[in-house]
Design a protein around this ligand. Structure first.
Ligand SMILES: Cc1ncc(COP(=O)(O)O)c(C=O)c1O
Length: 399
């Protein structure tokens, strides 16, 4: 292992590096076909549009959406963008929404805005001690005026994967639209909207789907419709004074990110070639090694990872007596290890864990290209920081 090379454990922020074929395909596609799709009738524009449409179908299949309606797979910038369209497109004055303490700000903030300014009410369901939301707790939170249940499929802080199929069943029985945020799970575990009774899904391209930043989107089942909350150019039917109601234009605005589309296409190729199960087995093996290596280290506090069943290869820790940000800086400066510290855009998780006042936690997120040797360096680094802190505290009388 090259000692000067950064050890990257921040794959929950974005996967890095990307598979080689992703870089290659993006470059080749953009050089050869980097024109505006769907805006012009010449062959190259049609070819660019064809990749966009083939990717719609491919991702619709990948997520278990309605294969006869691939136009309902709409592209945007990222999950934040898609979640905004979903939340604002489904909720209005007098409506109630059920969500959880596990949500990212890309769900919490749009909901909070609607609660403050839009006459919407919201219930936030906590997770249990192991980091899971109980489907019965969701059922109890549903009211007659509940229009939407929206749940983070996989936590970007504690890594737990939520029982979305069970929650979906409840929503279907109660006639409530069910949306999931697959930002951390898409490309990690199989997702089947139909089997899981998921009505709407948001995804981002730049994490385990192995695409570039700036591409993401949503998949909307045929029986659900989102209200338009934006408008603009679509490239078709230009004389019409309003934004088109048909999908995909209904949820797409302006020129798409074709470089991102190309990256996602190549990312799908790579995932198909490797197989989700193989990648996940590798990541979980490394996560187990890291967690087991850290468990005996004195003063290390691990959150919600006693078992890695229904768990991503993401977890958060703290060292007693140290600010999370300081631990992250020491890992970076002294050990060349990249983690993510702070509240991870998920303040309610840290509030429930009681870590809000110590600057959150230190998140390790393992990706497909991490190695055992890197894990061992991380274990030794955390142990060294914990030892140094114990010595320092001893010298200043336990303070
Ligand atoms: C669970 C979750 N939801 C939403 C997002 C937002 O993703 P993006 O920044 O790609 O919009 C993130 C980002 O880390 C996330 O972890």
């Amino acid at each position: 292992m090259d000692e000067n090379q950064l050890i990257y454990f921040d794959n929950a922020a974005t996967s890095w590096p990307k598979p080689e074929n992703v870089y290659g395909y993006m470059m080749d596609f953009y050089r050869a076909t980097g024109v505006n799709p769907g805006r012009s009738g010449f062959d190259l524009a049609i070819e660019a549009g064809s990749l966009l449409d083939r990717l719609r179908l491919r991702l619709t299949r990948f997520f278990g959406g309605d294969q006869d309606a691939p136009e309902r797979l709409c592209f945007g910038y990222n999950a934040t963008d898609a979640l905004q369209l979903i939340i604002n497109g489904l909720l209005g004055p007098g409506d109630h929404v059920v969500t959880t303490h596990l949500e990212h700000n890309s769900v919490l903030r749009p909901i909070n805005h609607l609660v403050r300014d839009g006459g919407v009410s919201a219930s936030f369901v906590p997770f249990d001690g192991a980091g899971f939301v109980d489907p019965d707790a969701i059922a109890r939170a549903i009211r007659p005026e509940t229009k939407l249940v929206i749940v983070n499929h996989g936590s970007n802080v504690i890594g737990t994967i939520q029982p979305v199929a069970a929650i979906g069943r409840i929503c279907r029985e109660r006639g409530v639209t069910f949306a999931i945020d697959t930002t951390q799970t898409a490309g990690v575990v199989p997702i089947d909207m139909q089997a899981m009774n998921v009505d709407v899904l948001a995804f981002t391209g730049h994490k385990a789907l192995m695409g570039a930043t700036g591409i993401g989107g949503l998949c909307v089942r045929k029986h659900v419709d989102l209200r338009q909350t934006r408008s603009g150019g679509t490239g078709v039917n230009s004389a019409h004074p309003f934004h088109l109601e048909e999908y995909p234009w209904r949820m797409e605005f302006g020129t798409p990110n074709m470089l991102g589309v190309a990256s996602l296409w190549a990312g799908q190729d790579w995932l198909d070639e490797q197989g989700l199960e193989t990648i996940r087995a590798h990541e979980l093996r490394l996560a187990t090694r890291l967690i087991e290596g850290l468990r005996p280290v004195e003063a290390v506090r691990l959150y919600c990872c006693d078992s890695l069943e229904n768990h991503l290869s993401t977890f958060t820790l703290n060292i007693d007596g140290l600010d999370a940000g300081d631990v992250g800086t020491l890992l970076d400066v002294q050990h060349n290890i990249a983690t993510r510290t702070g509240l991870h855009c998920a303040p309610l998780v840290h509030r429930q864990l009681g870590t809000e006042d110590i600057n959150g936690g230190v998140r390790f997120s393992i990706g497909a290209f991490n190695t055992e040797a890197q894990v061992d360096v991380a274990i030794a680094a955390i142990a060294a920081i914990a030892r140094w802190n114990a010595g320092r505290r001893g010298r200043v009388g336990g303070k």
